[in-house]
Design a binder for this molecule. Sequence first.
Ligand SMILES: Nc1ncnc2c1ncn2[C@@H]1O[C@H](COP(=O)(O)OP(=O)(O)OP(=O)(O)O)[C@@H](O)[C@H]1O
Ligand SMILES: [Mg+2]
Length: 240
Amino acid sequence: MPILTVKDLHVRVAGRPVLQGVDLELEPGQVHALMGPNGSGKSTLALALAGHPTYEVVRGQVLLDGQDLLSLPPHERARAGLFLAFQYPPEVEGVKLREFLRLACSVRGKGFCEFQKAFPQALARLNMEEFRDRELNLGFSGGEKKRAELMQLYLLRPRVALLDEPDSGVDVDALRLIAEVIAEMAQAGTAVLVITHYPRIFRYVPPARVFVLWQGKIAEQGGPELAWKIGEHGFEVVRR
Ligand SMILES: Nc1ncnc2c1ncn2[C@@H]1O[C@H](COP(=O)(O)OP(=O)(O)OP(=O)(O)O)[C@@H](O)[C@H]1O
Ligand SMILES: [Mg+2]
């Protein structure tokens, strides 16, 4: 049974139709891949699911464990168990990473004592101990921001995780670490969608299903071999 079902989703951005009938299902405990050319609407899909007001849903349905997601404001989508790791994580001056995560954990039902234990563990898992007292993403390098997003995932244990290019700009060791954490989260039951351009991350965490976004729709889907084919031949494999 899928935990997230997207049916015939149409989304407009700045008056332009970007998604034109996306159908997608994510299964709990599995890693899924979303690939597609620059500008095909991968981030639009992730941001529209999270409830970003710029992305106007004009048609379609999204169910999270049977619950209508699109009628909920963004914070309630998060509370229902939807998590988004941004392609471009914003820098939030004046907000400590630690305080941000403490509050996020408290609305997900983790009390202070539990957080006091889980936060250092999450920092350690992502090799981020020295970021303990930093402000949220402020001055973080590109790769550090990606690791911080994964740290949030590790701590929050959502039901559905949309990871928008968790592999972009990260070094080889961080790539492996991020892939290992993604695999752990899936093993713990999270349905994960990895948005990416390159199949390299799938060497460490093979996806059960690969979706290709093309001209506003899921134009192709398949097993991990589809990601390797795209890596080798580009999106010609879909165009044909
Ligand atoms: N705020 C905005 N205003 C105008 N156009 C936008 C806005 N946000 C996105 N778009 C347009 O919507 C289209 C889809 O963008 P999106 O960021 O979803 O693509 P993507 O598949 O994530 O690309 P990439 O692989 O480069 O990250 C693009 O043509 C983009 O220029
Ligand atoms: Mg994008």
